[in-house]
Design a protein around this ligand. Structure first.
Ligand code: T1G
Ligand code: NAD
Length: 649
């Protein structure tokens, strides 16, 4: 009988009088129970070892300790608990030096803060991302951080969850030295030089906050947290750390951590965390090698084409923009340039970076220029004949192995690809507007799409830092199909007598940036109206929508100064409209309204999602949640309509 021995998650080596503790717990050296126990035992053993003066803590693999093992969160915690391990390392007789590469995050950074010193590669980062999981640090991060950096820096790190790159961490005093080249050797040399031992963070006083600081911080953190609970709770922990004793603050933080860890919001955010990571590696492409994408082209430089070209340039992929004539091409190139100019204006990139991104974009109206392009994404008018003509030209001009993709929203990709030589290299890549901002990418293979083509779509999504979701072919794929259901359900509530503004308010209170009617006024009611009219023209039975009544009355949204709401000139604030009430009055039949409008509408999204799963249009419920969160503003802290359906109240 073979016994499966769990590989020891760490090893200890001796370099002169320096012990090197090397953690090896793939994939990210998370602080599993076994690792916590091994680190505890190492601290005990090395304190008792007279041949050792100091300890270096380093990690194998891609990163330093990336935090507590999130997969253990649902299980009863086992000692040694992380706060105890952190305190044990901090109290070690032999000073520990953390040698950081990759990311020291959450519990990983808390362990590093317990070490007397921290050295890092310039490419490393440190941070406390717990709030992104709906919790607060649970091993002293909010108590030790204010003893190392000023309150404003501690607030930024602990309430945003954003990592700090090593060079800035050095400037802030979060780390003691940057190591060039061999991190292990550099850390050993640093420890061996026995730098003067500073007091442990536990023995330091917190840096003081100016009067009024915490009140101001509460306002800004509250605003930035978009309704999520954890950021303000992390702020409270930081404040406690500056106003109470170390012990009291530690107890307060631990109590807050344990309370939040079992909250529905934390469960939802963990659900999204794991779904996002799994999204990049769906079963459908396991073991399939993607094709390299060194160069790309985008056909159509309008709203979507410009955004897609910008997203490709943001990933440093050279782009050729193709348009139908030189005037349209000039407009298209201008559209892309405007995106980068806007990014400079907002301080997101510098002038030189914007210039470099523009320099990697060229334009043509001659398809012959695409003879050696690896990937072409089409984003021309939503007209089948126009798209087919484009792909016919691409089929003639491009290499046989060039990946050809359509960005269509509603056309059947199989119809778009009809007649294409070798359709195995064709795929739907459905970006969302603005394509250089929105993370969602629906990847829509046809039955002829080769696995390598599909794998290339997912690899491209990873390079563009998108969240890819594979979708089957149906009207609206996953996202627009649920959107249609959501809008129809909202209109049904209006027919039953619900007030338009009440419905929008309910969805905003639930966590959406705006309700379904405000959103239509922003995007324009005519897009969906034209979809419905097109279907009717094809003989499909499409019942009259309330939106049709408004569009026929010239109310197409903010762009016409009126839609579901009225808008004063130059004022985007929606005002309930007597004209709309009059126009819709004949359609209002009254009836019973749900007690909880948001739960009702989210529930119907989930019901549509269940049908989408049954039809195989989506592979997993969490994929549908990712579509809604990253494509349609579903509040992340709610986990998505399928999470609510399966785990909600
Ligand atoms: N626990 C368990 N598994 C994790 C994990 C974690 N903390 N982080 C990542 N994984 C898995 C992930 O699911 C994937 O699995 C694989 O590792 C590679 O991840 C007490 C309580 C570290 C920057 O929030 O930000 O500490 O799909 O694809 O792109 O105060 O992972 O391969 O099976 O993301 O190289 C705080 C979360 C925890 C860090 C690496 N820490 N992780 O990115 O790889 S709470 C975090 C990340 C905490 C303490 C509290 C990233 C990464 P699979 P990946 P990557
Ligand atoms: P758009 O009208 O803004 O841009 C279309 C561009 O295609 C125009 O610049 C036009 O000059 C160009 N074009 C037309 N025929 C061409 C040809 N033969 N060769 C080269 N260029 C040609 O349209 P859009 O909103 O960018 O939509 C483009 C595609 O993206 C459509 O299929 C649409 O369904 C899809 N889409 C749109 C959105 C959205 O929110 N707008 C979202 C996702 C997908």
């Amino acid at each position: 009988m073979s016994i499966t021995l769990e590989a020891a998650p760490l090893a200890i080596a001796r370099e002169g009088r320096i012990a090197v503790v090397t953690v090896d717990n793939p994939p990210v050296n998370a602080l599993s129970h076994a690792l916590r126990q091994a680190l505890w035992d190492a601290a005990e053993a090395l304190d008792a070892d007279p041949a050792i003066d100091a300890v270096v803590l380093t990690c194998s693999g891609r990163t330093f300790i990336a935090g507590a093992d999130v997969t253990e969160f649902g299980k009863p915690p086992q000692p040694p608990h992380l706060p105890d391990l952190v305190a044990r390392i901090e109290a070690a007789k032999k000073p520990w030096t953390a040698a950081i590469h990759g990311s020291a995050l959450g519990g990983g950074f808390e362990v590093a803060l317990a070490c007397r010193f921290r050295v890092a590669l310039a490419s490393a980062a440190v941070g406390l991302p717990e709030v992104t999981l709906g919790i607060v640090p649970g091993a002293g991060g909010t108590v030790r951080l204010p003893r190392l950096v000023p309150p404003a820096v501690a607030v930024e790190i602990a309430t945003t969850g954003k990592p700090v790159k090593a060079p800035r961490a050095l400037a802030l005093g979060l780390i003691d030295r940057l190591v060039d080249g061999d991190l292990r050797a550099g850390a050993i040399a640093f420890a061996a030089a026995m730098p003067a031992l500073p007091p442990s963070l536990r023995d330091r006083a917190p840096l003081p906050a100016e009067s009024g600081f915490w009140e101001e911080a509460a306002k800004s953190v509250g605003k930035a947290s978009r309704g999520e609970t954890a950021p303000l709770r992390a702020l409270a922990c930081l404040r406690k750390a500056t106003e109470a004793s170390f012990e009291e603050a530690t107890a307060f933080e631990r109590e807050t951590f344990l309370e939040l860890r079992s909250s529905p919001e934390a469960a939802a955010l963990r659900h999204v965390f794991f779904a996002e990571r799994a999204a990049l590696r769906p079963a459908s492409i396991r073991g399939v090698e993607p094709r390299p994408v060194r160069t790309a082209a985008v056909v159509g430089g309008g709203t979507m084409g410009a955004g897609i070209a910008a997203a490709l340039r943001d990933a440093a992929i050279p782009v050729i923009l193709v348009e139908r004539d030189s005037d349209a091409l000039a407009r298209g190139i201008g559209n892309v340039g405007a995106i980068f100019d806007g990014a400079v204006k907002r301080g997101r990139i510098g002038e030189s970076e914007a210039a470099a991104r523009k320099a990697g974009l060229s334009g043509t109206t001659d398809y012959a220029r695409l003879a050696d392009t690896d990937l072409v994404i089409e984003a021309v008018f939503e007209e089948l004949s126009v798209k087919r003509a484009v792909f016919e030209a691409l089929g003639r001009a491009c290499r046989a192995d060039a990946i050809l993709a359509t960005n269509t929203s509603y056309l059947d990709p199989r119809a778009v690809a009809e007649g294409l030589p070798d359709p195995s290299r064709f795929i739907g890549l459905h970006f969302f507007s603005p394509a250089n901002v929105m993370k969602l990418l629906e990847v829509v293979p046809t039955p002829e799409t080769a696995p390598e083509t599909l794998a290339t779509g997912f690899a491209l999504a990873a390079r563009l830092r998108k969240v890819p979701v594979q979708a089957g072919i149906c009207d609206g794929f996953i996202g627009n199909r649920i959107l249609k259901r959501y809008r129809a359900a909202a209109e049904d509530l209006v027919r039953s007598g619900a007030d338009i503004a009440d419905i929008d308010a309910a969805m905003r209170n639930y966590g959406f940036a705006m309700g379904p009617f405000e959103a239509q006024d922003l995007g324009g009611l005519d897009i969906a109206f034209l979809q419905r009219e097109g279907a009717r023209a094809r003989g499909e039975n499409v019942p009259e929508a309330l939106g049709d009544i408004l569009v026929r009355a010239g109310r197409r949204g903010q762009k016409t100064g009126c839609g579901w709401y009225d808008y004063a000139p130059g004022d985007r604030r929606p005002r309930p409209s007597a004209a709309v009430s009059a126009l819709l009055a004949p359609a209002i039949r009254g009836g019973e309204l749900p007690r909880d409008i948001a739960a009702h509408l989210v529930g119907l999204m989930g019901t549509e999602g269940a049908v989408i799963l049954d039809e195989g249009i989506a592979a997993r419920p969490e994929d549908i949640d990712l579509v809604e969160i990253h494509g349609y503003g579903f509040p992340r802290r709610r986990g998505g309509p399928m999470f609510q359906r399966d785990f909600g109240p």
